[in-house]
Ligand binder design. Structure first.
Ligand code: PLP
Length: 865
């Protein structure tokens, strides 16, 4: 169905686009987002800029065409934007002349075949809010005000839900009574808010009646009303009636006025939140229907949205007319909008997308406000507010992006790579909808016992029930003592002293400090590709320059050699400068890299002959992961120091430990002055040691190291078979349940094609940054398919994104292992299929010619295939 929508001139904003781009700001912004680098967008900019030079003509004209809008049911609509040649102020000053142009525009639209005409914010005001136009028009008319009112309310509800604002405790002021949008908005928000204040210029009969009906106060002085309110919905037609200075700290304002009701064109205060109300986001497919919608990234005024929806629904009827809008009609158009994929959650402030910084500052103000109930304050930090699990999970993801890691969450986009898990049991994780996922990440090795192992959880619960002491610095904690004894009894001979801390990196710090203090040497030798942690000391011996660069200078006298290189080790240590050589039995984060057989034994011999300490980092390989309690046991190696963390806490508590030879400890800390030189407040706390004691028991009683061997062999065998079948797999490696599958990088011609198809030429500037991600395309594809298609959670190794880590809990069963293998086989089949299709397509396009020079150029015969 055809529809038309009337607007007043947009040339002013077009001119500001042009100004904005004088410094290349727009182009720069788009350059950072490859998804928007499209020829279509480029054309729109040029067109809008060209139009900025055109003075508005003195005639009604068509300024945009929305072709082929498609609704979810397949219904289509075709719309036009008609511009009347009068600005907003001119329309208010001379409504009769404006009405003349409006009639003209409606007539033109009717002649073109439009069966419904929507009036824009200004054109809707003159002529009795559409009633006069409707009377004289051959086609149906709407002001679109019902969807605008609905959107304004959604802006309030969305923000309140996001920030855990309990509307029933707030005073809400609705400004613009008895205007149509304000009146219906007041009616609909009344049941939700604490106190309601209606604000209007005069105490008219309709205004007073509405106030009585809603048990609201009526106030004519805007400043006075705002002094009492904390939520404001403003929808006047005169504009500029609210000074930002009048608002109380912690006030949320939704400004639906056109021109805007809040004065100023930028936020003047950090302690209030002013939203540009009335904007709704249409689905991408609809945004693509017109340059204007696309240029605004699909964010459109709701009055236009309502007109589009009525056309898509083929409802040729006068919908929102006059001063009295029906609450039922507002709800109805809202649910139609949602059915068509309209989104109300994207908020704008002063014409720009609302940024998280503004929300955080606003939230801080509300957090500090006196008089807010303790309940609301605590609900802000508790993920248990009354909400559906889905809403809870969505909010958690938003908060994660806002407070924890914006970039990681932005990169996830809609890819489904990052899930929100709300529960873990055994080998499974559960999302908010209750869907379960087989966990093949196991907290990067900290969940060898699975999630919430009952025996370990019971031990922690017992410690709480029996009131084991909390933290007792420089006193004796019997449970820490017991764990130290147990650890030493299981550790390789020679390791007799234990230092407790809370993480892997702290255990590594303890080991390298010990090495320097005990040997009097300063040099620390480690391996390329190693990962030992991210605090300054452990980062200094980590072999990943990318992790180190921003933090230089790190601690001095650290050197690296290639992993597994006997000769380099011997040559370097023969200088006798090094206090210690720190090494992982398998480089886990570095890409599940195995050293040559006998490497650790040889390293031990070289260390002994050069008086260098051998520190083995078992943070990830320890506690049964590779099939024995500690990976050093595979080669019967006896290090001078060994670091543990991750699964030592049984998957429930953070705990780390550094074990070392007694004489080294005594050399470093064996005097009255030195015996408390290296300590940790939380190290050896009761709950952590309770978990550690139970974890070591479970490892033994359930034979989990042995299970790691069996399941590891099953996986290696299956994965090796799959590797032979599919081109995307490069290599399978590892030991026990610390396995990795290295996938091949994306073919170079696909990468170069990606650069060549970009018409703006911007992609090549950002290619270096995203190059690594493009290389890891197969791994990302595998992770996504396993997660979304097979409900299996996997990750790549952090320092080598081409390697998919296969690291399930050691409790995994034969059946679960087979389930993974079946899913992985299907995933590889899918990847190979996708890659072959891409390669085929590239070969058939002109840009693919130099990659496939032998092939015939694209012909119509190819197209027919
Ligand atoms: N050492 C190794 C071998 C690790 O794998 C890790 C973490 O992955 C660490 C040290 C650092 O442990 P944390 O993250 O607990 O500091």
């Amino acid at each position: 169905m055809r529809f038309a929508f009337l607007v007043h001139p947009v040339a002013e904003s077009a001119a500001s686009f042009k100004k904005l781009d004088e410094g290349g700001v727009l182009r720069k912004l788009w350059g950072t987002d490859p998804l928007r680098l499209t020829g279509a967008l480029h054309k729109v900019v040029q067109r809008v800029m060209a139009e900025a030079d055109d003075a508005p003509t003195a005639e009604v004209r068509v300024v945009d065409e929305m072709e082929n809008l498609v609704g979810p049911s397949g219904a289509t609509a075709h719309g036009r934007l008609y511009e009347v040649p009068m600005g907003a102020m001119a329309i208010l000053e001379d409504p009769d002349r404006a009405l003349g142009y409006i009639h003209q525009a409606v007539q033109q639209a009717a002649d073109w075949g439009a069966r419904i005409v929507g009036l824009g914010s200004m054109t809707g005001i003159v002529g009795g809010r559409g009633t006069v136009v409707a009377e004289q028009s051959a086609v149906a008319v709407t002001t679109g005000n019902s969807l605008t009112a609905y959107t304004a309310l959604q802006n309030v509800f969305e923000t309140a839900a996001d920030l855990n604002i309990d509307l029933s405790k707030e005073t809400v002021a609705v400004v613009g009574i008895p205007g149509s949008i304000a009146s219906v908005a007041a009616t609909l928000i009344a049941p939700h808010c604490g106190r309601l204040i209606l604000v209007g210029r005069r105490a008219s009969g309709p205004a007073q009646r509405l106030a009585n009906q809603l048990s609201a106060d009526f106030i004519t002085d805007v400043a006075e009303a705002l002094g009492q309110a904390t939520i404001v919905v403003s929808a006047t037609s005169s504009g500029s009636c609210i000074e930002q200075a009048w608002l109380q700290p912690g006030t949320l304002v939704v400004d639906v006025g056109v021109p805007t009701d809040v004065r100023g064109d930028a936020a003047e205060r950090e302690d209030v939140l002013i939203l540009t109300g009335g904007l709704v986001h249409v689905p991408v497919t609809m945004a693509q229907a017109s340059p204007l919608l696309w240029f605004q990234h699909g964010m459109i005024p709701s009055c236009l949205g309502e007109t589009m929806l009525l056309a898509l629904e083929e409802r040729e009827e006068n919908f929102s007319l006059g001063r009295e809008l029906q609450p039922e009609a507002v709800q109805e158009i809202g649910s139609i909008a949602r059915r068509h994929g309209f989104d109300f959650s994207q908020l704008y402030s002063f014409g720009s997308p609302l940024c998280d910084e503004a929300l955080v500052r606003f939230q801080k103000t509300r957090g500090r406000m006196k008089g807010r109930s303790a309940r609301e304050a605590s609900e802000n930090s508790r993920p248990t507010a009354a909400a559906t699990p889905k809403k809870l999970a969505d909010r958690a993801a938003k908060l994660y992006a806002r407070y924890i890691n914006p970039v990681l969450m932005a990169m996830n986009g809609g890819s489904g790579l990052i899930e929100t898990f709300v529960r873990g049991e055994g080998e499974y994780l559960y999302d908010a909808a209750g869907k379960k996922y087989l966990d093949f990440v196991a907290g990067f090795g900290s969940l060898n016992f699975g999630h919430n192992h009952p025996a370990i959880a019971a031990a922690v619960n017992t410690a709480i029930r029996e009131q084991w002491p909390g933290f007792t610095p420089t006193s004796v904690n019997p449970y820490a003592a017991a764990l130290a004894e147990k650890l030493v009894s299981k550790a390789p001979s020679g390791l007799e002293m234990v230092f407790f801390c809370n993480s892997g990196t702290e255990a590594v710090e303890a080991s390298i400090k010990l090495a320097r203090a005990a040997t009097g040497r300063t040099g620390l030798l480690s391996c390329d590709g190693a990962f030992h942690g991210k605090s300054m000391g452990s980062l200094s011996v980590t072999g990943h320059p990318g992790y180190q660069r921003p933090f230089q200078p790190l601690i001095g006298d650290c050197q690296r050699i290639p992993y597994g290189d006997f000769e380099a080790l011997e040559r370097t240590l023969s200088t006798r400068r090094f206090a210690a050589f720190i090494v992982e039995p398998i480089q886990a984060e570095g890409g599940i890299r195995m050293p040559p057989a006998g490497y650790l034994r040889e390293a031990q011999a070289i260390c002994r002959s050069t008086d260098t300490l051998l520190i083995v980092d078992e943070v990830q390989t320890g506690i049964g992961r590779t099939g024995l309690t500690f990976a050093v046991e595979h080669e019967d190696v006896h290090p001078d120091a060994m670091t543990l963390a991750k699964s030592l806490g049984g998957g429930l508590m953070p705990i780390g430990a550094m074990l070392c030879r007694r004489e080294l400890w005594m050399k470093a800390y064996g005097t009255v002055a030195n015996c408390t030189l290296h300590t940790s407040t939380f190290g050896g706390g009761s709950l952590a040691t309770a978990a550690g004691l139970a974890a070591l028991d479970v490892l033994e009683s359930e034979g989990l190291a042995e299970n790691a061997t069996r399941r590891g062999e099953q996986l290696l065998e299956g994965l090796t078979r799959i590797a032979k079948q599919f081109r995307c797999v490069k290599q399978v490696r590892g030991r026990g349940l610390l396995l990795g599958v290295e996938l091949n990088p994306l073919q170079s011609n696909v990468k170069s094609h990606w650069l060549q198809i970009d018409p703006t030429g911007m992609a090549r500037y950002i290619a270096a940054e995203v190059g690594q991600m493009i290389d890891a395309f197969h791994v990302l594809h595998a992770m996504q398919t396993l997660m979304q298609g097979h409900a299996i959670y996997t990750q790549f190794t952090r320092s080598n994104p081409l390697v998919l880590r296969i690291e399930p809990p050691l409790t995994i069963t034969e059946g679960q292992t087979q389930e993974f293998l079946t899913a992985f086989e299907k995933t590889c089949e899918e990847i190979d299929f996708v890659v072959s299709i891409i390669a085929e397509m590239i070969a058939k396009t002109s840009v693919g010619k130099h990659d496939a020079a032998q092939r015939a150029p694209f012909t119509s015969a190819d197209a027919a295939q």
